[in-house]
Design a protein around this ligand. Structure first.
Ligand code: PLP
Length: 447
């Protein structure tokens, strides 16, 4: 049984991220108590299959004792070291070098944040600083994707292209712009090539409208995550990266979700040999065992800032917990796990996941199934031929996620018509069987 006292205290005191405050107070919290591999136990005593790796972050699965041991060892020897005033710690330095060696060769320097939002925020600040330092102070505008998600920092939330992150928060700012999301299923195009050409044209037009001298950068996720797991056509990322280069604007790839094996490569950029100017990472970096994110940047940006007119002054960006040694020690152990076996395992089970996901198309409610590696979604429709959106409000008096919960399955429902899956990379074929059996029960109940 769930402890009533805790749910009451939660309603009374705890403000939950991205929640409807009143609705959450009324419905109460589902308290999770422990985890093992792909499975979670809740305070109600039941065991649930987590098909979303927490919040697409617990890529190595729950209960990896060696990661816990790495944290304990680091906490015991040196629980904290500042990066200010010339100090540092071994795990953070080793991790920075490791990340530079793993990511595209264009990225040579690392700033550590506490998560994804502040990695994006740091990137915006470094980009601003860079263009001021190199004498191009008009380059301030940032273009991103509708439906894209880049966190909820006070400026970064404006680069995010989801209305809930804008309403009443006074973003986007006038310097933040959007182009269409590469969403083939809901586009006017029938082929990926057509969509890519249109996307490139839209970016060119947007840059021309703002003026290339005013545009600093383009930000995107290689697969739009929180906007509904939208996998762009093959070649889209490369075409956009090349366009940015041609137009003289920086290209930032936000791999907060797609990094660390999620899409079948260590980083999604690798699928298309893309060399970005900046990359943001978080989530899979520590697999959620400790908070940490990072922004990686090119030599050009680092040197531009380092050697600019203000070179005698400090670059005033930092946080007490940047490069936290315990988080860094955790990240180093997590990366070892990916490299020793888990990435290879994820690659070996991805076709099974893809086949099972595609088989969902047989269900009367499923209009689209899309995936890359262990990141996927099914999109529910009221009518497959017209792609008319399924409207849960017409049919259900509970959410699809709540129905799935009754079937002991956790996934993420976007707007209740896109069901997203980001299983831990340790999922076995039998975990996938359980996922799709429970999904079938859920969909049948919705029908
Ligand atoms: N960027 C992307 C692509 C994300 O998916 C997220 C979070 O989901 C963020 C940035 C923000 O990361 P965080 O929630 O760690 O602040």
């Amino acid at each position: 049984m769930q402890t009533p006292a805790l749910t009451d205290l939660d309603s009374k005191y705890l403000v939950h991220p991205v929640s409807n405050f009143r609705d959450h107070q009324e419905k109460g919290v589902k308290i999770l108590t422990s985890g093992d591999g792909a499975w979670l136990t809740a305070a109600d005593g039941n065991t649930y299959l987590d098909a979303f790796a927490g919040l697409w972050c617990v890529n190595i699965g729950y209960g990896q004792q060696r990661v816990v041991d790495a944290a304990i060892t680091q906490m015991t020897t040196l629980p904290y070291a500042t990066g200010y005033f010339g100090f540092g710690s071994e795990p953070a330095i080793v991790l920075a070098e490791k990340l530079v060696s793993m990511t595209p060769s264009s990225l040579q320097h690392v700033y550590f944040s506490l998560g994804g939002s502040d990695a994006v925020d740091a990137a915006i600040r470094y980009i601003t600083h860079y263009f001021n330092a190199i004498g191009k102070p008009t380059k301030k505008h940032i273009i991103s994707l509708q439906r894209g998600y880049h966190g909820s920092s006070s400026t970064g939330a404006g680069i995010t292209g989801l209305p809930a992150f804008h309403a009443n928060f006074d973003v986007p700012t006038p310097q933040q712009h959007k182009i269409s999301c590469p969403y083939l299923y809901r586009s006017e195009f029938t082929t990926g090539e057509e969509l890519i050409a249109a996307s490139v044209k839209e970016l060119e037009d947007k840059v021309a409208e703002i003026g290339a001298d005013n545009v600093a950068a383009f930000f995107c996720e290689p697969v739009v995550g929180s906007g509904g797991v939208i996998v762009p056509p093959k070649g889209w990322l490369k075409a956009i990266a090349d366009t940015c280069k041609r137009l003289g604007i920086l290209f930032l790839v936000d791999e907060v979700i797609t990094g660390f094996g999620r899409t079948g490569k260590m980083f999604a950029c690798e699928h298309e040999g893309v060399e970005p100017d900046l990359m943001t990472i978080a989530k899979g970096l520590t697999s959620g065992y400790a908070p940490m994110g990072a922004v990686l940047m090119s030599d050009e940006i680092f040197n531009g800032i380092a050697d600019g007119p203000n070179k005698a002054a400090v670059v005033g960006h930092g946080q007490t917990y940047s490069a936290h040694p315990v988080s860094a020690a955790v990240a180093l152990e997590v990366i070892k796990i990916y490299e020793e076996s888990m990435l290879a395992h994820a690659q070996s089970v991805a076709p099974y996941f893809e086949a099972k996901l595609n088989a969902c198309m047989a269900h009367p409610l499923v209009g689209d199934a899309r995936s890359i590696g262990l990141l996927g979604a099914v999109e529910l429709v009221a009518d497959k031929a017209t792609k008319r959106q399924f409207d849960p409000a017409l049919k259900l008096n509970e959410t699809i996620a709540d129905i799935a919960w009754k079937h002991k399955l956790i996934f993420r429902a976007f707007g209740d018509n896109i069901l997203g899956f980001a299983p831990a990379l340790c999922f076995t074929e039998s975990d996938f069987d359980a996922l799709f059996e429970r999904l079938q029960l859920t969909l049948d109940e919705v029908l």
